[in-house]
Design a protein around this ligand. Sequence first.
Ligand SMILES: N[C@@H](CCC(=O)N[C@@H](CS)C(=O)NCC(=O)O)C(=O)O
Length: 260
Amino acid sequence: MIFYTFPGCPYCERIEIMIVAKSIVADVEVVELDISAPRPAWLLEKTRGTTALPALEIESGDTLKESLAIMRYLEMRFPEPMVAQHDPVAHAIECMFVELGGPFATAGYTMIRNRDHAKRDELKNAVDAQYAKLDKFLRDYGRGREFLFEQFGWAEVALAPIAKRLEFLNYYEGYEIPSALTRVRAWHAACLAHPAAQDRKVEEIVRLYYDYSRGAGGGTLPAGRKVSSMTLTPHWSQRPLPPRDKWQAPEATDAELGLV
Ligand SMILES: N[C@@H](CCC(=O)N[C@@H](CS)C(=O)NCC(=O)O)C(=O)O
């Protein structure tokens, strides 16, 4: 199988975690692509014209898209060890929890890209509200003390990568999950510390997402810059940590970010 991935993408990290969980690392060739560059024609042919990743090419030559669909494919094809709950009710509950991931990601990405200081509180409140929803869900349906159920499972494979991305809010805006939300705080800390979620680190994410903190990203560049902070080269590990305060001018240059 061939896995097409954008380093830094939370939906791609879902698949990275599944590949390790299923012990199929040796069966999957990983092809990293640069999200800031136009997609090559050969890739668009495989994805039938859509530009988003992850995508998984399987032995039949078919290319699967949509991270949750790929997770489901890997779960069914390599049933041991099971990542999802076996019990149908428990699995439905974890799928309900995963549904909270969409608005959770949207709130976080909207806040990091915002450049209007007057809107900051409103957007911070929207992120708080998403954490409050996760907290309530964990209290209503959770069985574990940290994760939704006893172990890092389906819900965490899907949501930990998003929770980890939203650490860019902590780095660039000093954001903290409200202290009253103790249940989701415990879940969050356990997700970020779990061995399955260590391949992509917060130190990588904050380097890759610098442009988002300056209102750009996802294909556009901040003014005066030539190289995206999402670029594959130079590798993120060879770049300095970006300046933390996203409201502070001037913006870092390509050279200051270690991009050239
Ligand atoms: N619903 C999709 C979302 C995938 C997605 O949005 N990927 C982003 C990267 S995080 C992407 O490829 N963006 C660039 C594009 O859409 O061209 C999934 O779960 O796989």
